[in-house]
Design a protein around this ligand. Sequence first.
Ligand code: EPZ
Length: 420
Amino acid sequence: MDRFIIRGGRPLHGEITIGGAKNAGLKLLVAGLLTSERLVLTNVPHIADIATMESLLRQHGLTVETVGGDKTKLSVGGEITSTEAPYDIVSKMRASILVLGPLLARCREARVSLPGGCAIGTRPVDLHLKGLETLGAKITLENGYINARAPNGLTGDRIVLPFASVGATENLMMAATLAHGRTEIVNAAREPEMVDLADCLNAMGARITGAGTGHIIIDGVEALHGAEHRIMSDRIECGTYACAAAITGGDLRLIGGNVDHLGAVVRAFEEAGVEVTQEGDVMRVRRTGALRGIDIMTEPYPGFPTDMQAQFMALLSVAEGASMITETIFENRFMHVPELNRMGARINVHGSSAIIRGVHSLSGAPVMATDLRASFSLILAGLAAHGETILSRVYHLDRGYEAVERKLAACGAQIERVKD
Ligand code: EPZ
């Protein structure tokens, strides 16, 4: 398993190109199940989760290939030959559950492994299943698999989500594109990735309005056709590298960064004493003075994103004063705390809240990654710490961030990957 060796204490200066969004790209690949024609995606990030999704789609019978040797350009298409999503793939990546809606809509049946939990929580899929049942699917659970059937196809209806679930919104939106009649999703997730998915589906011939609001309307059509779509830039990758500029007292230009996709995060940065400006398609982040402690609560978009929580905790661990972070989305997303404390942070967890007492400096230490965003919070701490930090289990990071060591080293960081 690869490790990172980081020597901290150097402010980062320079430019970082933000890649395509993992949490948009995964679902856009799945949209390829909705048509036998070719869907071409550009700005595809080169990360492990995308590769996992490619293998899942291939075992459904689709061809997934790069176009003209350009690994950021993928072509997806072909006929579905299997409607089963096996445990060995689904258990590796929860987003695999998103094939359920498209398979049902296209093939009127699906057998998808229950994804099981992950490090940050149990992460059930009950809202996905209830929504599909509202559209007429007959669903049973047995032997750890979801068996779903819709022999007469899906029928549009009104679905009210008790929680603005990102995955449930996406699964239902895709399923509804081929349902008979109109589907309304009320209390839908409003993340920018919903808009990106709807834009792609509409380019494929779907009829979706309201994406990005809490009320999405989908009028079903007979069939979807091929299209070409550029994946939006990864707002969480952008926010993560913005934290790197802030925690090292540097000045970074993030190419492809978009403050409109990070509203609550930009406000948090400014409250903490970090300057964020949009200059064309570049988001510039620099620290102009001491970091100040702030309070944060994670919420569905447009609130502060849970996917930025671990990164901000590292940042606030070296702020002046105290901070409180409350995690309202996942039940176990504080696993970075003990590792940060081993580097000298002073963080106490009380239920869903963490109290952070800022310290003057952190010290490097051997630490272990536990999940994707926690991994990067430890890199951020290592970049600011005195001495050497060795981060193990970097495979967690490789699931969702591309070329981290290259991007950081190009801005002055002392970081290298050591292959075991
Ligand atoms: C997506 O996960 C993202 N993953 C997550 O990013 C992100 O943290 C999350 O949305 C919230 O923004 C991808 O897009 C691949 P949810 P998802 O459905 O769809 C509960 C990362 O680091 N819930 O909005 O699983 C669930 O348990 C990852 O990139 C149900 O109870 O998120 C959780 O507590 C981590 N029943 C909460 O809702 C359901 O049927 C949020 O889940 C569905 C969800």
